[in-house]
Write a protein that binds this ligand. Structure first.
Ligand SMILES: [Zn+2]
Length: 249
């Protein structure tokens, strides 16, 4: 493998890594927006809960007023009861009092239910307030973390840009141009390894004669099928005749 090919392989890695970094950088504002949206939704739910509790308290005050009205009606009827002249009037008055008492009972019942519901809501609200406090803290922490990540990703991007510049400078200009042209056409994958006689890009068999040419070439040799440039990866130390998982110590 020539130095140029080695540099092109590195350049391809740099370009892929830069693209991945750019995608991660682009995803951060969306993540911040999601955190803020979730927090806002939790705040709105709490506000709704508070409004619900206020409605309940208003309803209870209304019922208490109603109850006072019924009580005074009963008191009035009881006074009038002493002043009626006929048995018929007396019976009618008793019936009125009876009706009022039933109303009073129903009203008492409603007030009790409202009180219980109010206590339940109050407990829920307190729990929600605590959860919201925690969520505010978590959101702030996550935003700080994302901000730090963003800076780090920018630094990594800058480092890759610098490395790319150096690598590109050291590649034969003709090779660099050919590589960049194919990279644009092939979604960044312009240089592929030949493994087990197959092109790493299109997986079509590469003729042994072409593999030999790739091994010896000083220039760029393209796959006949997909036109990506080929290289034969360097063998790791050893003759490669034994399987990788050989039990030999
Ligand atoms: Zn191919």
């Amino acid at each position: 493998m020539t130095d140029d090919l080695r540099r092109l392989v590195r350049l391809q890695e740099i370009l892929a890594a830069s693209e991945e970094l750019a995608e991660r950088i682009a995803g951060i504002p969306a993540e911040v927006a999601r955190l803020e949206k979730d927090l806002l939704a939790a705040e709105e739910r709490l506000e709704k809960g508070r409004a619900g509790l206020q409605d309940l308290q208003k309803e209870r005050r209304k019922l208490e007023m109603e109850l006072m009205g019924i009580e005074s009606k009963i008191a009035k009827y009881q006074t009038q009861l002493l002043e009626v002249k006929t048995n018929k009037e007396y019976q009618a008055m008793l019936k009125e009092i009876e009706t009022c008492r039933a109303e009073r009972e129903a009203c008492d019942e409603k007030i009790l239910l409202d009180m219980e519901a109010g206590e339940q809501r109050g407990r829920e609200l307190r729990a929600r307030e605590e959860a919201l406090t925690q969520q505010r803290r978590d959101t702030a922490e996550a935003k700080t973390r994302l901000d730090g990540l963003l800076h780090q990703l920018h630094r990594e991007t800058e480092a890759l840009r610098e490395e790319r510049r150096k690598v590109e400078e050291s590649i034969t200009p003709g090779h660099l141009d050919s590589f960049l042209k194919v990279a644009r056409q092939r979604k960044g994958l312009a240089l592929v390894a030949v493994r087990d006689g197959l092109c790493g890009g299109c997986h079509v068999r590469v003729m042994p004669k072409l593999v030999q040419q790739v091994r010896r070439a000083t220039g760029l040799i393209a796959c006949d099928s997909c036109k990506r440039f080929l290289y034969v990866p360097e063998e790791p130390a050893g003759d490669g005749s034994a399987p990788a998982d050989s039990p030999e110590p």
